[in-house]
Structures are given as C-alpha cells and as structure tokens.
Unconditional design. Structure first.
Length: 324
C-alpha cells in the first residue's frame, strides 16, 4: 500500500478554524484514558459531542521498538493515520502493506499476523457499526478482512488531511488529541443517512450481541419485520459475518475484554465460564479471534493489540449490556 503525489506542505483550507493561527488557540485536551505500559504509549479520548453514535473512541498509539510481531484482531473498524513506521499483515496467502498515510480496516475473520517496523506512531478513530456504514457506505462482506488505503473509499480529500496532520504532528504543532479531533470533525459532515430499514437491523443486532456472551441466533430474528434471509443479508453487509459467526467472534472478544479487567466480578467470571464448553475451548476461541491467551488463563504476553481490542464505549449504544 503505497501512495504517490504526497503534498509537501499542509493545506490550511482543511484545518478547522480553532487550529489555524496562533499557538494560544490550541485546543484544550479533555480527560483521557491512558492505556500505556512499558512497551508502548496509548491514549484514548471520547469522541466529540454529537458523534458518539458513530465513533466509539479516538486514540493515539506510539511505540519505539524496531520490529514487533503481533496478531491483529481487527474487531472494530478504524480509520487511522500512520505518521511514522510501516508494517504488513498476512491474510492467508495475501500480504497487505501498511505504509505512512491514512488507513481503513474492519471485520477480520480471525486475528492475523501483523509485523510493525518502528518507531511507530498512529492516531485515529474506532467506528461503531453505524459509523463505518454512514461514512463509507461500503458493505463489509466485500471490504472487510483487509487493510486498505483510505482514499479507496473516502477519496483524495483524506490524503490531504493526512499529509497535513502528519507534518504538523511530527513538528509538534498539534498534539495527538488535536490530530484525532480533526479526523473526527472531518468525518462529521461526511456521514450519510443509513436507510431506516437497515438501521433497525443494525440496532437489533447490537442489542442482540449485548444480551449475553452466547446469544441464541434465533433471538436475533425475533421482533424484526423482515424475513430471515433479509436479516442475514443485512447483518453480513453491516457486520461482515453471518449471525452465527458474528456471535462466535464477539463471544471470544467480550470474554477476552472481561478477563483483562482486574475488577471482574464473580458473576462475570461465571457468565464467561458458562459461554464455553470448557477452559480449553475458551482459550482456543480467544486465540483464534484475539490473537493471545489472557493472563488469567495462563498467558504471559502483553500484546499491543490487546489494548486496541477493547470494545471501548460499545456499551453506550442502545441495548448493549455491560457484563461483569
């Protein structure tokens, strides 16, 4: 994934007014969630007001290590700008290159081998199912399971924004938060309406996934005024999986998220245990979809993507129940 015709200087016309001009007009950074450790720096921020339905979180990730081999879960869609470093992901026999610039991805079938060459710096946003659909209009059964240059779905304007952000961020003219905020505000006017009939199915699917770690597939179809085939087709379009496969992946991802919480309740642990046949089954499923074994289950890794795997703020969407 390489780009040509990179601009040599930022285009001031794509900078929000609050970031043009004097240093004293810098945006005040809100409260953040620091998920850093001794291996990398990772900071989360909530999205700007009015975008909570579409953007789950904004993030800034930095890592100094030269070469890092990891497994990438690709659970929630992201638009990020890679400001430094490069990498590659292996999807079976296909290798996707990840180069400096704006990148999109979503809906990996399984965790994929991912090598990064540092120093590494990226910042961007994680989408809710509504966000990917409203911004890209791209069916995930066609555009999932890959890394792609963002211009493929968003046009050349995203390249101009990315070039500007990279130059100003590396020159320390803007912070990681300000870069994320510009991406979010660039997205805002480009969100398009999702057909009402489709949004009903998205909302019902999110609610269904949130009912338990192992929701019965038949429960998805209850109360929807569409045929089973229509619902399956729309779930495939907006989530990238059949309902059964989607439920299986989210069971593993939610279990991994819960097992990483130091304050997991006894009730939460019991619900996790009941969702799998046994502990061996749980470990296999989490490794398949998340790429690592949780420390609680005997793992001793501290993978970078364990933090980016977090389904941060998904419980803000209507109907998605917090467990544990």
């Amino acid at each position: 994934m390489t780009r040509s015709d990179k601009s040599s200087s930022p285009d001031p016309s794509i900078q929000p007014p609050h970031l043009r001009g004097a240093e004293e007009n810098r945006t005040t950074e809100p409260a953040s969630d620091d998920a850093s450790n001794e291996h990398f720096d990772l900071t989360y921020w909530d999205p700007p007001e009015g975008l909570e339905k579409y953007i789950l979180t904004m993030f800034d990730l930095q890592r100094e290590a030269d070469i890092v081999d990891d497994l990438h879960p690709g659970t929630t869609g992201q638009l990020f700008v890679l400001a430094a470093g490069h990498g590659s992901a292996q999807f079976g026999n296909r290798e996707d290159k990840v180069e400096v610039g704006p990148i999109l991805f979503n809906a990996f079938e399984v965790a994929v081998p991912y090598r990064t060459y540092g120093p590494w710096r990226c910042f961007g946003v994680s989408f809710s199912p509504y966000g990917w659909a409203a911004l890209t209009q791209a069916p995930l059964n066609e555009y999932g399971n890959r890394f792609m240059e963002a211009e493929e779905l968003l046009g050349d304007e995203i390249n101009r924004l990315s070039d500007s952000l990279i130059q100003r961020c590396l020159n320390e003219e803007i912070s990681g938060f300000e870069a994320c905020l510009e991406i979010a505000e660039w997205i805002r006017p480009r969100l398009r309406a999702i057909p009402d009939s489709h949004e009903i199915v998205i909302a019902r699917t999110v609610e269904w996934l949130g009912t338990s770690l192992n929701p019965p597939v038949e429960g998805l179809f209850e109360g929807l005024p569409y045929s089973r085939r229509q619902i399956e087709r729309l779930v495939l379009r907006y989530f990238g999986f059949t309902p059964r496969a989607l439920s299986r992946k989210f069971r593993a991802v939610r279990a991994a998220n819960l097992l990483a919480q130091p304050n997991l309740t006894d009730e939460g642990e019991a619900e996790i245990a009941e969702a799998f046949a046994d502990q061996s089954h749980m470990i296999r499923e989490i490794r398949r979809y998340c790429g690592y074994t949780p420390t609680r289950l005997g793992g001793n890794d501290d993978p970078m993507f364990q933090q980016l795997l977090r389904l941060k703020n998904l419980d803000r969407l209507d109907g998605f129940r917090t467990i544990g």
